[in-house]
Design a protein around this ligand. Structure first.
Ligand SMILES: Cc1cc2nc3c(=O)[nH]c(=O)nc-3n(C[C@H](O)[C@H](O)[C@H](O)COP(=O)(O)O)c2cc1C
Length: 177
């Protein structure tokens, strides 16, 4: 018996990326995980935010980069302390994720954390956490690219919290290819 190969034709219209709405639509079609970037400011207060612009940059030396809005309170704290943590969220941390995507004044009020050697808070129960020392800041439009040297890592267990087209989802267990 012969096997039919069915190919779907998808019309993709090229749209000029002139406005924020189109850029958001484009960016939203890249599925990512979600991370909390956390730090402490000059007064020792913890600050943190949710990001999906977190990328492994180099293996040797071990470097990661994150892109933070120039108006972010957490960016200000990182500039003051020179350290930050990266916490990859698991699917059970969706409420924490929503909380850290806000501008709430004390996001750490009921959070369980352990501090890395540089003093950045690592969020307990995350899929994986690490502490980074800032290596450099680079301008990137309305964001700042922060490059950090990975110092300590904590590896946990669980399934990742995913983000796609403006919505959260869970990794479909058993659908690995
Ligand atoms: C899924 C998701 C991804 C986000 N990614 C980023 C990001 O990469 N960089 C950024 O600056 N803000 C990002 N944000 C927005 C921040 O989490 C939000 O503006 C936060 O309130 C900033 O807090 P802060 O000013 O206390 O640092 C993201 C939000 C969501 C929900």
């Amino acid at each position: 018996m012969s096997t039919a190969i069915v190919t779907a034709t998808v019309t993709t219209e090229l749209m000029p990326l002139v406005d924020a709405a189109h850029l958001r639509q484009f960016a939203g079609r890249f599925a990512t995980g979600v991370a909390i970037i956390a730090s402490r400011d000059g007064q020792g207060e913890f600050k943190g935010l949710v990001v999906n612009s977190v990328t492994a940059l180099s293996l040797d030396p071990p470097l990661y980069l994150v892109c933070l809005d120039t108006k972010s309170n957490t960016l200000q704290a990182i500039a003051e302390s020179g350290v930050f943590s990266i916490n990859f969220l698991n699917e059970r941390q969706i409420d924490i994720c929503r909380h850290f995507a806000s501008k709430a004044p004390d996001k750490f009020a009921s959070m369980e954390v352990v501090c890395g050697p540089g003093g950045a808070p690592l969020i307990q129960g995350s899929l994986a956490s690490c502490e980074c020392k800032v290596v450099n800041f680079y301008p990137g439009g309305d964001h700042e690219i922060v490059v950090g040297a990975v110092d300590q890592v904590m590896i946990g267990e669980g399934s990742p919290l995913l983000f796609y087209r403006g919505a959260y989802g869970a990794w479909p267990e058993g659908d690995k290819r």
